[in-house]
Design a protein around this ligand. Structure first.
Ligand SMILES: Nc1ncnc2c1ncn2[C@@H]1O[C@H](COP(=O)(O)OP(=O)(O)OP(=O)(O)O)[C@@H](O)[C@H]1O
Length: 652
């Protein structure tokens, strides 16, 4: 008897999609280009499993990011599954899935740290511990010349790679830390020792009860427990009675995720598996992601999979497929005709002209109805400042994704807060939330921690949150807080910089602001003392430099410009509702698609940031392949990005 086939609403699956939907092979892997309908085909496979009688809770879909969870839900809706069916499926990112499973095992209450700045004090404590360990056999290897704060960024990056790769856990049980072992792991000895101390602190001295978790730690802790066979004997929390497991974005899998996937397959023996990915979309190699988990590792550790193809893009036309194929140096077919996606090149000879061009493109977008959303994809957040100003000038409301609107960025809040303090006018911070964010920014850059005997019972992070929450309740309490907590507890390094910056602001002189403010505040120095990642420090400096440009460009008196900034924040909040224009990081757009995509600042020295060249190329590939109907690329004609030439869009 032939099988009943799920028939989707809205789309007619291709023969390739149908083959994946209907396969009964135990392990299936699909490697395909961006837009080749990987997520949609996973949705079809899920629908077919339901059609065959699986309960929704017997189906688990794992992704790398939260937006990818959303993308899969959208495609499930598109093909016609009922909302209550979709809600009953298990769909989560690896990290959220691991957090939930750990909570079921450990009980609730583990502190979740959300920013690197919250993690930083623990890393500093770990450095101190590693350096003062009395039985240390190689103390000379742990001596550092500069301040230990400068090490934090590099250490956390190395920890992320070690964790994602589960490098320490894969060593022989009897290996002891030594400089030779560190070399084998590709890190220095200091990193190895500090990592040990940091993990001991993070786990609160007890492996079952971590004191806190940060990004990636839930996945890592769960994988680590698996490798230590902690779930043997009792009923495994991985035995979920699953009929189908699917993984989207499998190219971003690291060893920790792969360990969890293996456990799921081992404890759900009746479950079929389908994984989909595209090796040119690896943009998380700093967390140990490797395309190898779709290749040799899978074959060796799980078994030879059935490989099925998805050859053509269903998202965009042949013209764009050809360009991204040239960029990624691989064949790229499209199911849609050449002209289905319009390619628009926008030369602009200066950053200001570029911002004006982008704002006008947004205006034109809003004037027509055939394209729904315009996504402006930015490689660097500082690029948004002039664009946001131009959008607001034209009265265009916009949303932001994967970054903050510039007026709410902490370094901009720092400058706005200092200015409000010197003119003693806090009217620009109208809501309690805005006031709290501004105080948080001031405390952060002052390197200050709350001193209050009443809050002594709380840890430093909680005490800070409580004190700021109380002070932000009334505008009239801000001044006292800034004097009594921010300036009084500021570090010896930060205080003179803050005072010098306030001096310039107090002058009210636009020219002095342009010429002296950056030097007085020394944003890179200030940030270097309190932020963790070099990329964040550079962005912060760029953000303040862009703010100075913007303020000077307005050409009004200094105080007037700050009033304008406050007014812009209000305007932005007012215009934000349900926008058709969104500014976003490329990472936040991964796995999603938009009718119109605009990528500005595609100029040499502006698009590339940190990360390997392969990762920059992958980022642009991801960005360009989000477009459905129109892709606009803006660049300085005097120095276009070489990627535009490689994609065959400009000649040499
Ligand atoms: N058979 C089909 N007919 C028409 N459109 C389709 C078909 N299958 C998928 N699509 C559409 O093609 C677009 C791309 O699909 P999808 O998002 O699944 O691609 P993807 O390979 O997962 O992309 P990415 O690699 O960027 O995550 C979507 O708009 C989807 O609705």
């Amino acid at each position: 008897m032939s099988e009943a086939i799920f028939e989707p609403a809205q789309i007619a699956p291709s023969a390739e999609q149908l083959a994946i939907q209907l396969t009964r092979a135990r392990h299936v892997l699909v490697e395909a280009n961006a837009g080749a309908a990987k997520t949609t085909t996973l949705a079809l496979r899920i629908a077919q499993a339901l059609w065959r009688g699986a309960e929704p809770a017997m189906i688990l879909a794992l992704t790398y990011t939260a937006p990818a969870v959303q993308a899969l839900r959208t495609q499930l809706r598109l093909i016609g599954l009922a909302p209550e069916q979709i809600a009953a499926l298990r769909i989560a990112s690896f990290e959220a899935f691991s957090t939930a499973l750990l909570e079921a095992i450990e009980g609730p209450g583990t502190l979740q740290l959300t920013s690197l700045e919250q993690v930083r004090p623990y890393v500093l404590r770990a450095i101190e511990r590693a350096q003062s360990w009395p039985e240390e056999r190689h103390p000379e290897e742990l001596v550092v010349a500069g301040p230990s704060t400068a090490l934090v960024e590099g250490l956390l990056k190395s920890f992320a790679v070690l964790k994602g790769r589960m490098a320490i856990e894969q060593l022989d049980a009897d290996s002891t830390p030594s400089p030779a072992l560190a070399e084998e792991l590709g890190v220095d000895y200091l990193t190895l020792r500090v990592r040990g101390a940091y993990e001991a602190i993070r786990r609160g001295g007890h492996p079952d009860h971590p004191q806190f978790r940060h990004d990636g730690d839930a996945c890592y802790d769960l994988a680590r427990a698996l490798l230590r066979e902690e779930f043997v004997g009792e009923r495994s929390p991985f035995a979920l009675g699953l009929a189908l497991i699917v993984v989207d974005e499998m190219h971003d899998t690291n060893r920790a995720m792969f360990t969890i996937l293996k456990a799921l397959l081992a404890h759900n023996r009746r479950a079929a598996f389908v994984g989909v990915g595209d090796r040119d979309q690896v943009i998380h190699s700093q967390a140990g992601a490797e395309a190898g988990f779709m290749h040799e590792c899978f074959v060796q550790e799980i078994g030879a999979p059935l490989r099925l193809p998805l050859t053509a893009s269903h998202r965009f036309g042949a013209g764009l497929a050809q360009a991204v194929g040239a960029l990624a140096r691989k064949p790229y077919a499209a199911a849609l005709p050449l002209q289905a996606t319009e390619l628009q090149l926008l030369p602009a000879e200066s950053p200001r002209v570029m911002a004006q061009l982008v704002a006008r493109a947004a205006q034109a977008h809003l004037a027509q109805s055939e394209c729904r959303e315009l996504r402006i994809l930015l490689r660097q957040p500082a690029h948004s400042i002039l664009i946001e100003r131009e959008l607001l000038k034209l009265g265009i409301g916009y949303g932001v994704q994967g970054m903050q609107a510039f007026l709410q960025r902490r370094e901009i809040l720092l400058v706005r807060g200092l200015q409000a303090y010197v003119v003693d006018d806090f009217d620009g911070f109208a809501s309690k939330a805005q006031r709290a964010q501004m105080l948080e920014a001031l405390m952060l850059f002052a390197g200050a921690w709350i001193e209050s005997s009443e809050l002594r019972h709380l840890d430093a992070v909680s005490a800070q949150r409580r004190a700021i929450d109380e002070a932000a309740a009334q505008p009239g309490w801000l001044r006292d807080f800034i004097e009594g907590q921010v300036l009084r507890n500021a570090s010896a390094f930060a205080l003179p910089r803050l005072q010098a910056a306030m001096e310039v602001l107090r002058s009210g002189d636009l020219q002095a602001f342009e010429q002296r403010f950056m030097k007085a505040l020394d944003p890179a120095g200030l940030a270097g003392a309190v932020l963790v990642r070099r990329a964040d420090i550079e962005q912060l400096r760029d953000n303040i430099a862009q703010l100075v440009q913007l303020v000077v460009g307005e050409g009004e008196g200094l105080d007037g410009v700050f009033e304008l900034l406050h007014a812009l924040e209000l305007a932005q909040a007012r215009l934000r509702g349900n926008p058709r224009v969104t500014l976003s990081s490329i990472e936040a757009a991964k796995g999603l698609e938009f009718d119109h995509v605009l990528i500005p600042y595609l100029s040499r020295g502006e698009f590339v940031g940190e990360g390997s060249t392969a990762e920059n190329r992958n980022l642009l590939y991801v960005a360009m392949t989000r477009a459905r109907r129109r892709l606009s690329l803006a660049f300085d004609p005097a120095k276009p990005s070489r990627y535009l030439i490689e994609a065959g869009l400009l000649s040499n």
